[in-house]
Design a protein around this ligand. Structure first.
Ligand code: HEC
Length: 345
């Protein structure tokens, strides 16, 4: 029994260290992959695993007379959940959602701490110790809080009273509903049925699966299979056209959208709204390929009414590029960021 417990603690300890190294930023969060389609179950299982590890570690410590006080158990477990939500999950979840989960976790921890009368007493003890100043140390701590808390509150109120010099918020629909069809260079494209003529397999047929198969990491960053090189003269299928799209991109788009397609081009910050960051999961990854084709062709001035006030400087590229060039540059943008174009639901 002892051996099993110790082995469990060691395995759990290793998992914990891997996690903490990830938190420190020395390993990317994808080190241990989230299995696509099973992510929520996997996260729950991992959390349950860590709960078991903590229980085990704290049991072993207590047995050896090194028990961790209840108060710190609760606080550190809650901090652990917050770190887990922030550093384990990718693509990252927004702060507002993390705040909700964090609050729910806090309620959970609180219920766990106050579940039994004795536990609750033990949990409260350190707080009451400070309030009652039972030792000189606690007294010093109490004095410190008495001074620090008003200063912190003062800081918050000071900040909230500062006049705000930012320009007023402008509400604007970034991704308006697209038209049913769009006419580019005299040809009508029905957005629901058109497809990128260059997203083809080795036989020259439209093949979404084929192009996606060459990308091994979908959710963050891009990892192409080592044999997929668009610069190879023998490259097959759509890869041949990725290179041509790249040339068009670096002749026309990188000034605004950036060398890394992250929206930080040379001229980017002269504009408001700033050019789209294609590496962000909120742009290309969310859009159908024909939507992107339409946006590139028509630019900022071609946006529908809901995108008032049309402040976007995105040029209408149909005036400068051929239809084929637009399809190729769109292909390149998807290839470079490694995202799937969204399919029609
Ligand atoms: C003068 C700067 C500029 C240049 C050059 C430029 N863009 Fe843009 N682009 C923008 C701005 C600004 C936006 C974001 C505002 C908006 O939604 O229109 C944008 C948005 C886009 C979007 C929409 C993304 C989305 O999430 O809806 C696509 C696609 C795009 N650009 C592609 C291109 C391509 C392809 C080229 C080159 C052929 C290009 N852009 C060149 C400024 C530029």
């Amino acid at each position: 029994m002892r051996v099993i417990l110790l082995a469990g603690a060691v395995i759990g300890g290793i998992a914990l260290v891997v996690f903490l190294v990830m938190v420190a930023g020395l390993l990317p969060p994808q080190t241990i992959r989230l299995v696509e389609g099973y992510m929520p179950m996997q996260l729950l299982a991992e959390l349950a695993f860590f709960v078991a590890v903590f229980t085990l570690i704290s049991y072993l410590l207590k047995k050896n007379g090194l028990g961790i006080p209840r108060f710190w158990q609760g606080i550190s477990f809650w901090l652990f959940i917050i770190l887990y939500l922030k550093y384990r999950i990718y693509p990252p979840i927004p702060f507002s959602v993390r705040a909700i989960y964090g609050t729910i976790a806090m309620v959970g921890v609180f219920m766990w701490m106050s579940g039994a009368e004795d536990d609750w007493k033990e949990f409260k003890k350190p707080i009451l110790n400070v309030l009652d100043a039972v030792t000189p140390f606690h007294k010093a701590l109490r004095t410190f809080y008495l001074i620090a808390i008003p200063i912190i509150l003062w800081g918050f109120s000071y900040n909230s009273f500062l006049p705000n010099l930012d320009e007023p918020i402008e509400l604007r629909t970034v991704h308006p509903a697209p038209p049913a069809s769009t006419k580019v260079h005299g040809k009508t494209f029905v957005l629901q049925t058109a497809s990128n003529p260059y997203r083809v397999n080795a036989e020259g047929k439209y093949d979404q699966e084929y192009s996606n198969k060459l990308i091994t990491e979908q959710s963050m960053g891009r990892l192409l299979k080592p044999d997929a090189n668009p610069w190879d003269p023998k490259a097959e299928g759509y890869l041949k056209f990725v290179r041509e799209g790249g040339e068009i991109f670096f002749q026309n788009c990188h000034f605004c959208h950036g060398d890394n397609l992250n929206g930080r081009g040379l001229h980017a910050f002269a504009f408001n709204p700033i050019p789209a960051n294609f590496t962000d999961p909120g742009t290309l990854a969310q859009l159908q390929e024909t939507f992107v084709f339409w946006r590139v062709s028509k630019g900022g001035i071609g946006l529908p009414r809901e995108s008032f006030p049309w402040a976007s400087v995105m040029p209408p590229w149909e005036q400068h590029l051929t239809t084929d060039e637009i399809w190729k540059v769109v292909l390149f943008e998807y290839w470079h960021t490694g995202y799937y174009p969204r399919t029609w639901d």
